[in-house]
Design a protein around this ligand. Sequence first.
Ligand SMILES: [Fe+2]
Length: 345
Amino acid sequence: MPDAKVALPKPIPYTGLLDKYDSFEVTPYIGSEFSDLQLTDLLEADNADELIRDLAVLVSQRGVIFFRNQNIDDAKQRVLGSKLGELTGKPQESTLHVHPTEAPSSETGEEILVLQPNKGINNNKELLSQISSRSSRGWHTDITFEKVPSDYAVLKILSPPTGGGGDTLWASGYHAYEKLTPAYRAFLETLTAHHSGEYFKTVAAASGHGIVERPRGHPLNQGDYLQADHPLIRTNPVTGWKSVYVNPIFTKSINGLSWDESKSILEFLNQNLVENHDTHVRFRWNPNDVAIWDNRSTYHTATNDYTATNREGHRVLSIGEIPYYDPNSVGIFEALEELQKLEIK
Ligand SMILES: [Fe+2]
């Protein structure tokens, strides 16, 4: 939790700079898509900072945004990944994440995680079978085992699998919160949960090297202890909205409860995540499509329904702030209702 004397950030409004580009909401609750906007044009514009700030705010509001057929390269993807958080107030010490399983010399640079069917955890069949006997087990939010986890992720799929498949699904943490009763929310808001990514040590060892122990995007994210405690309900600093912040992959227990109580609540919250398909969006990748999502308020999962080995994606993960819960923040429905009232006046 942040120091009580430190003022919590105020939500950042969207100023409408991207409204001139064609876009649509893929579902009412989560996901928007731009069909005719090149992210490089935003980066090169005279008012690049204003445009990218608005883009970040829109991503935080919609959870995930899709961009078709992008010409952005690794270097510019890194710049974009950094600017999204920098322009929306992330701490100065926060940079881009280096994944703990990253090989010591990576062709793309350590801040680009290359996603391929036979790389990293995807190459560890035994571990994979333990965590993904059901496809619903794959839902997660990136790197919540870090003390300072991610704000934004930028993923470009260079080549989807030949023959189809490999869709990615996202779910809204804001709406996961809205599914709960006020009494249950009030209880969860008092809790913190324990997250662990210790299994990445097995993944790294199987790849023939140890985990990355130097700072992974923040001075607090270093060493070989891949565990952290975070509030169970988290406030997104950009929108000011509350989100459920536990996930089936990394969250192991709820602090201060018995093992049985913790297990039962986590199972309930995981069900709340996977069984509310009105809070999901599914994206079918074409070559060079990009997705940008807010890791503080969404979940995502891969679809392992293909055998082609040519799928390749490049991901940049930005480190944000230490997660916190602001008791004065609100749920997305209440916030949008207030916004509507203001627009009517
Ligand atoms: Fe992920």
